[in-house]
Design a protein around this ligand. Structure first.
Ligand code: GDD
Ligand code: MG
Length: 366
């Protein structure tokens, strides 16, 4: 089975994490985000993946290689200019099989694609959209179905008065090649706004699912995805790594303080005496936490150093940062790569600090 993954978006809502690393390869727990998607696809018989890239395509290719690490063939296609969700597919047309999957490249899910493909075959659909319930459908594509799962209408980014159901498109489609005949070439085309409406009543079906599903496009949801992976709420390979005590401590870690599960501590992590890491923590390779510091509900990427008595909670800290003694960081803050925060600062309220910025001692009490 073939799959096309759309990864052409700039990931602006995940800045500053995506200022230096393209969204598909932003690390999530212990692997590039898109690796979860490749593993999920491989489990459902996908062996040929086309990544439809825009922004920083070369670095995506450098991280993922030819796909052999994931047991599939991986190819990359770069549009000359952003073509939108259908235009990008059209641009890859010469590589596509008679039937294939198409995925938005920013979702974490374990939807049963095998059952979705089986329904697609049973109904004779041209396109079958996986559907999941969400609390607030306004940021998604809203779908109404009839009793046979045929789509009655598709409303992209519905306004409040249009929302009377919670079933939205999960960004995972089974498509027959003939759908491409509806896409004009050489221009930007949205599959949601320009193609699905043409297929309503003409082969567009929904596949409702109650599987785990999350669009990881914002810092809050990135943290939620991290916690859900290490709590085992979504089926991933990480769950096996964590074992029954939900704690993974890699080799060469030096644990003088406490690690409270669920937690992942990578190679060379150091947690000093009186410090604690967890629960709900991921510490990348070589992260060091000095005496009496606390890190909980947080992601701290490779090589970051956290000073004595510092407190990090509900935040994301990219690689190579330095956090001074007694500094407190909480409440959805995101620090980009190589940020230095001096001693005795308090940073909260979802602040985002861009790569390489330095904040002196005692400069911020947010
Ligand atoms: N190659 C390419 N070119 N990829 C693109 C382009 C483009 O011009 N524009 C967007 N993409 C990719 C993004 O990188 C992302 O993986 C996917 O297409 C969807 O784009 P988003 O910008 O994330 O869309 P959204 O989240 O607002 O809405 C979409 O996803 C929802 C589910 O998360 C829609 O498909 C909704 O209908 C759906 O409910
Ligand atoms: Mg999205």
């Amino acid at each position: 089975m073939q799959a096309v993954i759309l990864v052409g978006g700039e990931g602006t809502r995940l800045r500053p994490l995506t200022s230096t690393v393209p969204k598909p390869v932003v690390p999530l727990v212990d692997r590039p985000f898109i690796a979860y998607m490749l593993q999920w696809l491989a489990e459902h018989g996908v062996d040929d993946v086309i990544m439809s890239c825009g922004f920083l395509a070369t670095s995506v290719r450098n991280v993922l290689g030819d796909g052999s690490a994931y047991g599939l063939r991986l190819r990359f296609v770069e549009e000359p200019d952003p073509r939108g969700t259908a235009g990008a597919l059209k641009y890859a047309e010469s590589m596509l099989d008679e039937r294939f999957l198409m995925l938005n490249g920013d979702v974490l899910t374990d939807i049963d694609l095998t059952a979705q493909i089986a329904q697609h075959e049973r109904t004779g659909a041209k396109a079958t959209l996986a559907l999941v319930p969400v609390e607030d459908p306004s940021a998604y594509g809203l779908v109404h179905l009839d009793g046979e799962n045929a789509v009655l209408d598709f409303l992209e980014k519905p306004s409040p008065d249009q929302i009377d159901t919670n079933l939205i498109s999960a960004g995972a489609y089974v498509l027959d090649r003939e759908v491409l005949d509806l896409v004009p070439p050489d221009r930007k085309v949205s599959i949601e706004r320009e193609v699905w409406p043409l297929l309503v009543g003409n082969g567009l079906y929904g596949f409702p699912s109650d599987s785990y599903w999350l669009d990881i496009g914002t810092p809050d949801r990135y943290l939620k995805a991290t916690f859900d992976i290490i709590e085992g709420n979504v089926a991933t390979e990480v769950r096996e790594r964590l074992g029954n005590d939900y704690l993974a401590v890699a080799s060469e870690a030096e644990l003088l303080g406490r690690a409270i599960p669920p937690a992942v501590l990578e190679r060379g992590v150091r947690v000093a005496a009186g410090a604690h890491a967890g629960s709900l923590v991921v510490l990348g390779q070589g992260v060091s936490i000095a005496e009496n510091a606390t890190v909980e509900r947080a992601v701290v990427l490779d090589g970051t150093e956290i000073g004595e008595g510092a407190m990090l909670r509900d935040c994301i800290v990219a690689a190579g940062c330095r956090i001074g003694p007694r500094t407190q960081i909480s409440d959805g803050v995101v620090l980009g790569e190589g940020v230095t925060i001096g001693a005795d600062n308090t940073i909260a309220g979802g602040a985002r600090i861009f790569p390489g910025v330095t904040i002196p001692d005692g400069a911020i009490k947010f």
